[in-house]
Write a protein that binds this ligand. Structure first.
Ligand SMILES: [Zn+2]
Length: 576
């Protein structure tokens, strides 16, 4: 049984949200929601544009006496993450979401609630229907598919709207105003290997790092959490030098946007030093536990004789490239913001390493609120792996939203908040993606802030909305709308900002393309392929068979590179 949310305050927003709860709207399957919004617009005699991708843009005239105000965009995304408890029967493409009131919070019944971002859509609709709200000309932009690709924002056509002030209604903490977010891109690495007979008089061990917390690669990157891939690499890298360890397998991490919680490897150790090796791993475990005593109390490292003894290992060159690459590859916070205290500006996540047939597949993801820094850290990751003779590809990614502490709409919002609630709002940026990054990239100079009521457990069946904060969110939004200045007040500032931003945007775009186009010439490439082999030969005599295998690998690499170059890289932009 669902609770009646129509008795909650403010009526307008809950009435609209109640309507939205009945409309299925999984990401990439928003057709019913698009139809709902079209019907809503027709019923309320509001002009609208439906973009090809499904985005809906409503154009709303000013209320009486507010005609000379600047046009404001209210923006929210119409799709929702669809997660449910295992025992819950629910078809997200057909069934309505059932609201359940538990104390101060509104939940759904065993599913995500979709307050992210249904409450944002509801707020924008309620502004239109509530005769008490005073506002200038409005444009309500409802985007599709924020959650799995930001594709609605990506495809948004600047010709379909005119506003240059944007209120994004997709934040999760009442009392906080967001003025920036990170852009992101992924860097994908392939390290090729050949198989060779397993060494004689050796025993295969399974070495596992586990018990770590993991966490989101954006929000949690500054929490000093351990990365299982990194810890396992330390053991193997040093183990190679000390024990002549020979690697068969390495599997670590999982999702591209999660910090690796677990990693496991299988490697051969010569029989005459098995006990030493076991001691060594125990020692390393102690070191790690000491290093992460506060943040990772559950950290565990195990070395056990492998349940199955493989009859092959990866070739020595591949092991050299893989372990040096993983060890040298940066992970974690790269830079903190100089303008916003405690805000991570740039980071990179060494997300996962998976053994596939013939190569190791390594996923990394970079984030920064500054476009050039995002490219810089992605280049750094590429540079490391180039030294390890790997193939490296970058996804297109999505742009960040650089905080503008001089934003005019931010000034107005802070004043409104202080006046109504008698306290300062927190002005923040988040180290994850928001649609504002893409919109700001399309419309240089767009003056944007993002805010919303308090939500918790988003993207999980535990998603809930703190009921009292919806009233606060509503009052705050209405105050801002009422206080938007007249057209001429902001016009000068906006023109200047647009000019500066366009200049910046042109400067930034040219070199990015060039860097990818300028690949090392073939000769250089061939020399590069051989260089580490010499190093390795110096370290240890390497048979001609090995050199041949390295060359063979180089040929297959070249072939893969060519075929990969024909395809345009898949865009894997997602917010979380
Ligand atoms: Zn959202």
């Amino acid at each position: 049984m669902s609770d009646n949310i129509l008795k909650l305050k403010p009526e307008g927003i809950w009435k609209e949200f109640n309507g939205i709860l009945g409309v299925p709207r999984p990401s990439k399957k928003e057709a019913k929601m698009v139809a709902y919004l079209e019907k809503w617009a027709k019923d309320h005699k509001v002009d609208y544009v439906k973009e090809e991708c499904g985005n809906i843009i409503l154009t709303v005239p000013a209320t009486k006496g507010m005609e000379d105000r600047q046009t404001v965009i209210l923006q929210a995304h119409m799709d929702m993450v669809c997660e449910k408890n295992n025992d819950k029967k629910h078809d997200f493409e057909k069934d309505p979401i059932e609201p359940v009131i538990k104390g101060e919070w509104l939940h759904a019944n065993g599913t995500t609630l979709g307050a992210d971002d249904g409450i944002g859509v509801a707020a924008a609709l309620a502004v239109i229907t509530d005769p008490k709200v005073e506002h200038g000309p409005l444009e309500c932009i409802f985007t599709v598919d924020e959650e799995t690709g930001l594709t609605g924002a990506m495809k948004l056509d600047p010709k379909d709207f005119t506003g240059r002030i944007l209120l994004n209604l997709d934040s999760e903490d009442e009392g906080e105003i967001f003025i920036g977010c990170a852009g992101g891109m992924d860097t994908i690495i392939k390290v090729w290997y050949e198989l060779e007979p397993a060494p004689e008089d050796s025993t295969a061990y399974r070495i596992t790092v586990s018990g770590l917390k993991g966490g989101h690669s954006g929000d949690d990157i500054n929490k000093n959490l351990a990365n299982a891939n990194k810890l396992l690499t330390r053991i193997l890298w040093q183990g190679t030098n000390w024990f002549d360890l020979q690697l068969y397998d390495f599997q670590g991490g999982n999702l591209r946007n999660a910090i690796a919680r677990e990693a496991t490897a299988v490697a051969f150790i010569p029989n005459d030093c098995l006990k030493d090796f076991e001691h060594y791993v125990k020692d390393m475990e102690k070191h790690f536990q000491q290093e992460y005593q506060v943040t990772e109390p559950g950290l565990k490292v195990m070395a056990e004789v492998a349940e199955v003894q493989p009859d092959v290992v990866i070739d020595e060159m591949a092991q050299y490239n893989l372990l040096n690459g993983l060890y040298a590859c940066p992970h974690g916070v790269i830079a903190m913001s100089q303008t916003i205290p405690n805000f991570v500006e740039t980071s990179t996540n060494l997300a996962s390493c998976k053994k596939k047939e013939g190569y190791f597949f390594i996923q990394t993801s970079q984030r920064s609120s500054i476009e050039s820094s995002k490219q810089d850290i992605a280049n750094m990751v590429e540079a490391v792996w180039s030294l390890a003779d790997a193939d490296v590809e970058h996804t297109d990614g999505y742009p960040g939203w650089a905080p503008n502490p001089n934003s005019a709409i931010l000034d107005i919002a802070v004043k409104c908040y202080k006046e109504r609630f008698k306290k300062d709002p927190k002005v923040r940026a988040i180290h994850a993606g928001l649609e504002c990054g893409l919109i700001g990239d399309k419309i240089p100079g767009m003056d944007m802030i993002s805010f919303g009521p308090t939500l918790r457990g988003v993207h999980s069946p535990d998603e809930r909305c703190e009921i009292a904060t919806v009233q606060m969110f509503w009052d705050f939004m209405c105050d801002i709308l009422k206080n938007v200045p007249k057209t001429e007040t902001l016009a000068k500032k906006a023109v200047a900002a647009t000019k500066a931003a366009i200049k910046k945007a042109t400067e930034k775009k040219a070199p990015a393309k060039k860097a990818t186009a300028e690949k090392a010439p073939e000769e250089k490439k061939a020399a590069r392929t051989k260089a580490p082999a010499h190093k390795s030969q110096a370290k240890k005599a390497v048979g001609s068979k090995k050199t041949a295998s390295v060359q063979k690998a180089a040929v297959s690499r070249a072939t893969v590179k060519q075929s990969a170059a024909k395809k345009s890289p898949a865009n894997k932009a997602t917010k979380k």
